[in-house]
Write a protein that binds this ligand. Structure first.
Ligand code: AMP
Length: 303
């Protein structure tokens, strides 16, 4: 595995590979890697000839009171994991390399950024869209792989790629969970033992939501069930629990007609966790597993 920290070396490596007719798969991350990230590498290796991973904790997407300074980092371990999983090029730029000056051009995706994390983290998705657009321009991948753990991020990136005609296929990948159901996240290391135990209520609430949906309950009833499950944990501070259409992320009258997402963000102490369940609806209650071929490059139209 080659490791580079300059945009110039990255571009050179990609150009050589493209000259050899290699397709390029790209996995952008903020590091402190876990199996969730590794599943994206596996998907990229299946789809593309060579795989580029970036590790960059992007200051632009953190709010002033958020965890930028204490975001977990372990580059040595990340390098070993990336290499063992078959990443071909690891791009680890510094903040100065990515932002030599304060940026004056920012990508703002409207609509899909209005609710959920877009509402509770102002400016977050501008930071995400801007850095992903910059990375796309540097790597020029054929495919880019994103986890549905950050389902709103997937919707934002798909909308950006669609609106700006970026010649990149966005491949959403399913959420990887710990054995007990907790969605894997670099931030899980912040949780103490009791918080970790109570955080299980998130995936449990989503499982109950799925059952309630299959039982024919309304969006309001499903949301109420989820709220009750999570509120039963004394350390849980709910940021949001929402059911919205997916990927357009608009309010829902019923769960019958469109694909939808149950999305939640909950704080345990200083740690904010997100999780979700996407239900792909074609006709009525015909349910599809959360990841299949008709997800690719879905433009985020409102239905
Ligand atoms: P991050 O390093 O948290 O910015 O995540 C980098 C990429 O890994 C994003 O596309 C995330 O959605 C994805 N990712 C993070 N956690 C998981 C997970 N548990 N399952 C699947 N993908 C994940």
């Amino acid at each position: 595995m080659k490791i580079v920290d300059s945009i110039e070396s990255l571009r050179k490596w990609v150009a050589e590979n493209k000259a050899n007719h290699q397709t390029v798969g790209f996995v952008p991350t903020m590091g402190f890697l876990h199996e969730g990230h590794m599943s994206l590498v596996d998907a990229a290796k299946n789809r593309a000839d060579v795989v580029v991973m970036s590790i960059f904790v992007n200051p632009l997407q953190f709010g002033p009171t958020e965890d930028l300074d204490r975001y977990p980092r372990n580059l040595e371990r990340d390098q070993q994991m990336a290499e063992a999983r078959g990443v071909d090029l690891l791009f680890v730029p510094t903040v100065e390399e990515m932002y030599p000056q304060a940026v004056k051009t920012v990508i703002h995706v409207s609509g899909v950024t209005e609710r959920l994390c877009g509402a509770s983290r102002p400016g977050h998705f501008d930071g995400v869209a801007t850095v992903v657009c910059k990375l796309f321009n540097m790597v020029q991948p054929d495919f880019a792989f994103f986890g549905e753990k950050d389902a709103q991020q997937v919707a934002v990136i798909q909308q950006m790629v669609y609106d700006l005609n970026l010649p990149i296929e966005i491949v959403p990948c399913p959420i990887v969970r710990e054995k007990d159901g907790l969605a894997m996240s670099s931030r899980n290391v912040y949780l103490n033992e009791e918080e970790r135990k109570q955080a299980l209520s998130l995936s449990q609430a989503l499982r109950e939501a799925e059952q309630a949906y299959l039982d024919g309950r309304t969006p309001q009833e499903v949301r109420q069930l989820m709220l009750e499950k999570i509120q039963a944990e004394p350390l849980a501070e709910i940021d949001y629990v929402e059911l919205l259409s997916y990927p357009s992320l608009e309010p829902l009258e019923s769960l019958e007609s469109s694909s939808f997402i149950c999305a939640l963000a909950v704080r345990f102490g200083k740690t904010r966790l997100i999780d979700n369940l996407i239900i792909l609806n074609k006709k009525g209650r015909e349910k599809h597993v959360a990841y299949d071929d008709d997800r690719k490059n879905t433009p985020c139209y409102s239905n």
